[in-house]
Design a protein around this ligand. Sequence first.
Ligand code: PXL
Length: 265
Amino acid sequence: MINELPQALTIGGSDSDGSAGIQADLLTFFNQKVHGSSVITACVAGNSYGIHDRVLMPTSFIASQFKDLADDYHIRASKTGMLADSKTINDVAENYKKYDFGPLILDPVIITKHGDLLLEQAAFDTLKEKLLPLATIITPNFYEAEKLTGFNKNDSNFMENAAHKLHDMGAKNIIIKGQHDNPNQKVVSDFVLLESGREFWLNAPYHNTDRVNGTGDTLSACITAEIAKGSEMETAIRIAKSYVNQAIKNEIQVGHKFGPINHWA
Ligand code: PXL
């Protein structure tokens, strides 16, 4: 039957080196046996050293991509990645509301591993106002959680407090990804707050490697794929965390600096 195969959508930026953005999302969808489609918001020129150029897509082209998918496909879950600026966030929010593309997984991509800004500061409020209330889950790292909540990561109980604040701001489920910048740490701990009120820590072994570009994209894409297949949120999160951990552990030597994780792992 047409369109019975689970389908997921990624709305974000193309990353020329294939390590992150749309490329990492589509690799993840493929691995999870979900058909992947994309609405491209931006294209960046970059490699494992950093991002060196970018172009943003016009409003009309973002709308055309949404419309063509809606006319033909049955998308069961969607995620966002690089949204660049307020205009693009508004474009995405308006189009997402127009169609039924399933639950929205909001990956609030702000900065890359190299320190390149992918969402301008002036757009943080637009993201909070326009997209956060539409999201089934938001997946910030600790840095993004700081920017969105105004809390400081050094405060006691930062992760728990930030998750509850994001919940108060309208997000239904929240995973805050823990710090992974200390070569001596043994474990990376993420904090999860579910719509039911259940909250828990997710621990995974820390792997000391620079091959970590695209980890956040891959985690949110894997959650999206699992939701598209009908998994419960907690199951989707646990599968995604385990997939990303394997992809970091079994590193591949591609590029000289912050290279891609291993999507075959
Ligand atoms: O990993 C975050 C990310 C998302 N989207 C695009 C990127 C990156 C990081 O490099 O280039 C397009």
